[in-house]
Write a protein that binds this ligand. Structure first.
Ligand code: ATP
Ligand code: MG
Length: 731
């Protein structure tokens, strides 16, 4: 056993690593080494205190973070050690449910399907159709309500008991029907993984004891983002030993909309009165300037504990604050700046990240990067496993593992098409229910049904016979061999050839086959269940590539725990960031501010914040005001860049207009296009459809002269003077 060196920890970090058993709270700001302490604490327990790895359980927020932590621990303790369980909450719960499947109750066995978002929606739609309510609620709303209930550890019965009105009772009723449907399908959704695992442990003392032993040392990263059911789960697992070490930062709680409760970390001391508390105050990630700017923003939140954060790192460059005329301007600046940084050798592409508040912002940024030939990739874009042909093939595998998976069956019978339509699907469901058999077996009984066309029944019978064979072989067969069989027997190759983009889809299928081979090599035959589980639990952040030489683009919500030498935050405008959903709600604004703090503190050396004067989003162009978060930063920390040809300040500003503060802009002269006085910048005009507005800028001359007009109601528009038919108005 090598002795573990703790030289690269500061004294508080070391104390936290060495602290004896018992509840521990490590509460500290961004980049102060919380994750590092957690990793070292695990390594130290194994290498120095002789704790068996099988008694350590660590929970992280993403699979990627879990993978990194496992690697770091292995690096510290020596690779020959058995590894402790490090995973996300969802993976940990899936494992508990598979191992304790005998206790799951009617309908479920260890081969249960994990439903993804799309499958969940399909199942809810079916339930709503069957319920035939007079006033059916939208499926999206139902899904959100059920999800919320699961996050809060509420069952259908709990909802029914708490129902305030008829609508609540409908939700409870649909929730109950949905759960029954999942049981009939031997399926569990994402939220269900957490809730079912919690209920199982709570209700079965022997199982609880088994898992309390495996989690005799329980460590949780990013604790500030745990929701109610995760909180209950943690409390249950830690109840026997009290060896619970949680780390987090209440300033980085950004998942309220998914049920995260910042109170879980703020109340830790109350829940565990004998907790030892460590506060890490030294930041190792960012420059002094970046840290000061981030701190200035978060200081404005009230729901937080006072914290200090300092760094010995260099002062660094000022934070760049760029204002573009439009989102294209902004994107162009970002692309230009990235090209400049990489050409100058200041940073490599892989060291740069661009954050935005909503996915829709990425399109314009992508276009600008393409124009400048900057290589990039999007985190959270279409996942590989979401491609249609991949989902189709996975549907076959799902049914092979779990023949009751009706949603998977519905998908696979249509790819390639076999003439089995919605009506036949209904018949299959009816047969399954009537004869108490799986959906897949019902496929084989269509031939003896009088109301099914012979052609369809024959196709179904043939499909059933080879599926049955693969189901029998699956426990002793590799995933790759199963896939090869599915492709051959279903005629999948010809099915792809018939598609216009068949070539690209064939490549994806080849990629899936390679992934299956790699998995088999690691796992051996019979790994289908684990293969599908891994795929089901892949999340956005798993797309992040450290290597690859490309700039990363992602939403701020995905940025948790990451660090990049150079970070851009685009779209710092009121209504976008903070998002308009947060409008007038101080708690929501505080959540947005935390998101801003998380984003800013990802940057190590250079941070860029940008906004525009006018933004088109979701097909709507509007005048944009700078985000309040920008105003919270001391201007002394900022390097200000404004558009080269900024609009002239409007001298007689009507009160509703404009909100942009031009005080520190370098005002360019009007281009002197001249023309009629009523077309001058600042003049008030009337347009036939857009109504009244103010001319903000002119471009070009003569025939092609254009004006930017900010309309009171319609927002900013670019119009060709010749055709716009603008009339001067007095006020
Ligand atoms: P976040 O709040 O963003 O999750 P964190 O508190 O978990 O951050 P880490 O990611 O553990 O912080 O550490 C931030 C950076 O500082 C990492 O690059 C880490 O390697 C480095 N670091 C942490 N502690 C030290 C130390 N004592 N000496 C040198 N570098 C350190
Ligand atoms: Mg961390």
């Amino acid at each position: 056993m090598s002795s573990l060196k703790l030289d690269d920890l500061n004294s508080v970090q070391r104390e936290a690593v060495l602290a004896p058993d018992g509840p521990i709270l490590i509460l500290a700001g961004a980049g102060s080494g919380k994750t590092r302490v957690l990793t070292y604490r695990i390594a130290h327990m194994i290498a120095e205190r002789g704790v068996a790895p099988g008694r350590i359980m660590a929970v992280t927020f993403t699979n990627k973070a879990a993978g990194e932590m496992r690697e770091r621990v292995a690096g510290l303790t020596g690779a020959d050690q058995r590894m402790p369980a490090v995973s996300t909450f969802h993976s940990a719960c899936a494992r508990i449910l598979r191992m304790e499947a005998a206790l799951l109750g009617a309908g479920h066995d260890r081969n249960f399907t994990i439903l993804d978002d799309g499958d969940t929606m399909t199942a809810i739609r079916r339930v709503l159709e069957e319920a035939q309510l007079a006033d059916s609620p939208p499926p999206e709303l139902m899904r959100a309500r059920i999800d919320q209930a699961k996050n809060e550890a509420l069952t259908p019965a709990d909802l029914a008991a708490n129902a305030a009105d008829g609508r609540d009772r409908v939700v409870a009723q649909i929730y109950a029907l949905y759960e029954a449907r999942l049981a009939a399908m031997n399926a569990i959704d994402f939220g269900g993984l957490l809730l079912r695992a919690y209920q199982l442990l709570r209700d079965h003392p022997a199982a609880l004891q088994r898992w309390q032993e495996r989690a005799a040392h329980l460590l949780v990263d990013e604790y500030q983002d745990t929701n109610r059911v995760q909180y209950l789960m943690v409390r249950l697992l830690a109840a026997a030993t009290g060896n619970l070490c949680v780390v987090g930062d209440e300033d980085q709680s950004i998942y309220r909309w998914r049920g995260a409760d910042i109170g879980n970390i703020l109340d830790f001391e109350r829940d565990y009165p004998n907790a030892r508390i460590f506060k890490l105050e030294q930041n190792y990630r960012s420059t002094k300037t970046i840290l000061a700017a981030a701190d200035a923003v978060i200081q404005n939140n009230r729901e937080r504990k006072a914290k200090r954060l300092w760094t010995e790192n260099a002062g660094g460059d000022p934070v760049t604050y760029h204002t573009g005329l439009t989102e294209r301007d902004e994107a162009d600046f970002i692309a230009r700046e990235i090209a400049r940084l990489t050409a100058a050798g200041t940073a490599r592409h892989a060291e740069i990240v661009v954050f935005y508040r909503v996915n829709a912002q990425s399109r314009v940024i992508e276009e600008a990067l393409v124009r400048r030939r900057v290589p990039y990739y999007i985190v959270g874009g279409l996942r590989f496993y979401d491609h249609r042909e991949i989902k189709d093939l996975l549907a076959y595998l799902r049914v092979i593992l779990n023949p009751a998976d009706a949603v998977g069956l519905e998908r696979m019978v249509g790819a390639p098409t076999r003439g089995i339509g919605a009506k036949t699907i209904e018949t299959i469901a009816a047969i399954a229910a009537r004869d108490a058999i799986s959906a897949c077996e019902a496929l084989g009984r269509l031939e003896s049904e009088s109301n099914v066309a012979l052609r369809i029944a024959k196709a179904a019978g043939e499909l059933y016979s080879w599926m049955r064979e693969l189901i029998a072989r699956a426990p002793a067969t590799g995933v790759r061999a199963l896939l090869d069989q599915v492709i051959e027997r279903s005629g999948f190759a010809a099915h792809l050839d018939a598609m216009i983009d068949g070539a690209a889809r064939r490549q994806n299928v080849a990629e899936l086959l390679a992934a299956a081979s790699a998995f088999d090599a690691e796992h051996g035959p019979g790994g289908l269940g684990e293969f599908l589980e891994r795929i089901a639990l892949v999340n956005d952040s798993d797309q992040i590539q450290a290597a690859g030489g490309r700039v990363a683009l992602m939403t701020l919500h995905t940025s948790k725990g990451l660090e990049y030498p150079v970070a851009f935050i685009a779209g710092m405008e009121e209504g976008l960031f903070p998002h308009m959903r947060a409008r007038d709600n101080e708690r929501e604004i505080e959540e947005e501010r935390r998101l801003c703090y998380v984003g800013m503190t990802r940057a190590r050396r250079l941070l860029y914040l940008s906004n525009t004067l006018s933004r088109e989003l979701y097909g709507n162009r509007q005048e944009a005001r700078p985000s309040r978060f920008l105003a919270e930063i001391d201007p002394g920390l900022l390097r200000r860049i404004v558009p080269e040809r900024a609009p002239r300040p409007v001298l007689q500003t009507p009160s509703r207009e404009p909100y942009v503060d031009y005080a520190d802009s370098q005002i360019a002269e009007d281009d002197g296009a001249g023309g009629e006085a009523h077309m001058a910048v600042g003049a008030r005009v009337q347009h036939l459809t857009f109504g009244r507005g103010v001319i903000r800028r002119r471009e070009g001359r003569g025939e092609t002269a254009k004006v930017w007009v900010n309309f009171d109601r319609a927002g900013l528009k670019l119009l060709v003077v010749k055709f716009a038919n603008l009339r001067p108005v007095a006020d």
